[in-house]
Design a protein around this ligand. Structure first.
Ligand code: FE2
Length: 482
């Protein structure tokens, strides 16, 4: 018999787990689904099957649950399925949580045996004809692109058997996917990351091992047509500190941020290190090359959210809010200092470009932003925005008090190729109905409000990443065979 969940942050309000799987063949829509919109919108996020073993719960620790919205012939069907990893199946069989938070061996039940801790809860991407649920600390989990059934952990024919980033980058020009694995030897092993090239067919064509100065929670990286940048932020993972009674993952105050800059097809010997004052980022909007420089637009903060400092003190939301910032790495100059320019101090979460233009210069950024909440991650972000990163102009829609909007994703119109020619969509929770809608906007007129709201007849808990694949894209065709 499943037990009650504790009343803890990220287990209550709009985050409360739903703990069921559903499907709906033709959802009710207010407004119109445009004729030139067809494809699939996926969303991944945590929906813990059982209450945690500890007194507290970390948002990143829940079992992955994938939602798929299939937009075809002007109608929308949906399905949600847990990412049924070996961990999930083992706990379902036991009827309770067996794993400590993040798989912590000190708080796990010995019954876990040698099963890997894999929640598959962070991102959900199509590449090489496969749908992959990603969680950063373990290999991808392959799922059926349409039925969302869990197939198995996916190891690229044995080429990748350890960690796999939740933010690989697909170069839509070549079809290649670039990826990294952080902490490849675990928290006690040598401080190394792995950088992977995966071709459009899904074959690993090369991996490179790069030494890093300390073990960090490396969540994303930057990629351009010719360069990659691995950020080593002051959010350090240390088992030694944990053994002494401190937090395993902690913000190390005063430590500078470091960046390993490397030619995209280069090797570890080519790495040049850049630095900047203490900064954190979980997500970038995009990166590209410009006049001998790497330009990156990132959501950056002065301290990492959701994790304590070395003394165990949690930060206030105001210390950790992300604003949109332009970082410049001057490859031709003498300085190894990253230059920084603030574009907006709007409190935001997940900036996204037109994915088709990733690694090339883009102008439009799509973001979910917070207008009212004191702690936007726990309470929810109540608005979405397109920002013109060249002029700073905002194109914004406010969903109102208590709303919780997820990542705002650009969705191209069929046949369109220009940047931001199409639509933008997000899942948004409404406190009035206690339900969630998929809100669809004209991409360059967010301020006009949604042109369609697809009504989901229940609440979708707050989650992490979404992706949209247009039915006329190569990534979609390889997975759906269309
Ligand atoms: Fe992320």
């Amino acid at each position: 018999m499943a037990q009650q969940f504790p009343d803890a942050p990220y287990l209550n309000g709009h985050h409360t787990p739903i703990r069921f799987e559903a499907e709906a063949p033709d959802l009710i829509v207010t407004g119109e689904i445009p004729d030139d919109l067809a494809g699939v919108f996926y969303r991944n996020g945590p929906d813990p099957l059982y209450p945690p073993r500890e007194d507290s719960y970390h948002w990143f620790d829940g079992d992955g649950m994938v939602f798929g919205f299939f937009i075809e012939d002007g109608r929308v069907s949906m399905r949600n399925r847990w990412v049924r990893t070996d961990k999930f199946e083992k706990e379902l069989e036991a009827g309770r949580k067996l794993y400590g938070a993040f798989g912590n061996p000190m708080t796990s039940d010995p019954a876990i045996g040698d099963t890997r801790y894999n929640t598959g809860n962070t991102n959900i991407v199509l590449h090489g004809g496969k749908l992959l649920a990603l969680m950063e600390g373990a290999p991808p989990v392959e799922m059926g692109a349409r039925d969302l059934s869990t197939i198995s952990e996916y190891h690229y024919d044995g080429a990748i058997t350890t960690t796999f980033s939740a933010h690989p980058k697909v170069d839509w020009g070549t079809g290649e996917m670039l990826n990294f694995g952080s902490m490849i030897h675990g928290p006690m092993g040598p401080k190394e990351i792995r950088y992977d090239h995966i071709d459009a067919d899904g074959a690993v064509t090369g991996s490179e091992i790069i030494e890093v100065p300390f073990t960090t929670l490396m969540h994303t990286f930057l990629a351009t047509e010719n360069w990659v940048v691995f950020p080593v932020m002051p959010l350090e993972i240390s088992l030694e500190r944990m053994m002494k009674g401190g937090p395993m993952t902690a913000w190390v105050e005063g430590r500078e941020a470091r960046f390993a800059v490397m030619p995209r097809n280069g090797s570890a010997e080519d790495v040049r290190w850049f630095t900047m004052p203490p900064r954190h980022m979980f997500h970038e909007l995009n990166a590209w090359e410009e006049d001998g420089r790497i330009v990156a637009i990132v959501a950056s903060s002065h301290r990492a959210p959701l994790f304590p400092n070395e003394q165990g003190e949690m930060p206030e939301h105001s210390e950790t809010r992300f604003g949109l910032t332009k970082w410049t790495f001057d490859l031709s100059g003498d300085t190894n200092e990253v230059q920084e320019e603030e574009l907006t101090d709007r409190d935001m979460q997940f900036p996204r470009p037109d994915d088709r233009k990733m690694m090339r210069r883009t102008r439009h950024g799509f973001c979910n932003i917070n207008i009212r909440a004191r702690d936007a991650r726990a309470e929810g972000l109540d608005a979405v925005m397109r920002i013109d990163t060249e002029t700073g102009a905002e194109d914004l829609h406010d969903f109102g008090k208590g709303a919780a909007a997820g990542e705002l994703i650009f969705a191209p119109r069929l046949g369109g190729t220009d940047e931001a020619d199409g639509y933008a969509m997000t899942l948004v929770y409404s406190p009035e109905t206690n339900e969630t809608d998929l809100a669809i906007f004209a991409a360059q007129d967010i301020a006009n409000g949604p042109i369609a709201r697809v009504h989901i007849p229940f609440r979708v808990p707050g989650g992490f990443h979404c992706n949209y694949y247009s039915a006329d894209s190569d990534l979609y065709r390889r997975a759906f065979g269309a």
